[in-house]
Design a protein around this ligand. Sequence first.
Ligand code: URA
Length: 212
Amino acid sequence: MPRDISSVSPAFIEHAHGTGAQMRADASKCRRCDLYRDATQVVFGEGPDKPRVVLVGEQPGDREDRIGRPFVGPAGRVLDSCLAEAGVDRSACYLTNAVKHFKFSQRGKRRIHKKPNVGEVRQCAWWLGGEIEWLEPTLLVALGATATFALFGRRYTVMADRGRILKADNGAAALITVHPSSLLRNPARSEVLQERIRFISELTLITRFLTA
Ligand code: URA
């Protein structure tokens, strides 16, 4: 019988091993998929060496790709303000992405975000799994569907499983919530305001879990 790999978490199958500095240097030469061809640089995770919380996004955006740091663009600003409202200190968290190169299509001068495919997420889980092993966080937070897939395979979905504490395959606790860019789409609409309130209340679970 062929093995059903859909429930296997890409980040916990085979992954890099080493210190953060070693992996960061190795990842800068990564050719595991083709995304390195058009991206400016690898955007590796950043934060304290032994964080209790690791937040996982999808992939760097245009600004992150140019600057080389995760969550420094518009989605990062939404994340920062929602973390602050939830009472979570961003500087105490390690922030990273499921995919470390920016995937985009060029439209004139603009670079339009393209969602990474399953193959790209699986290849890049090599680095995500390595980061998690090195950091040994108490709590993993998946921001959106791509991060949820990277951490859990197809076991959980954002829609069905957001907002409760689950267990990842490495034994760490894990929380699934939406990606902050989902709040950027049309900030005037009342559903987006509701969604922001829900996102903040899910982020408060981080502090509640850590202080329990
Ligand atoms: N979106 C992400 O998922 N990650 C980033 O670093 C920036 C935007």
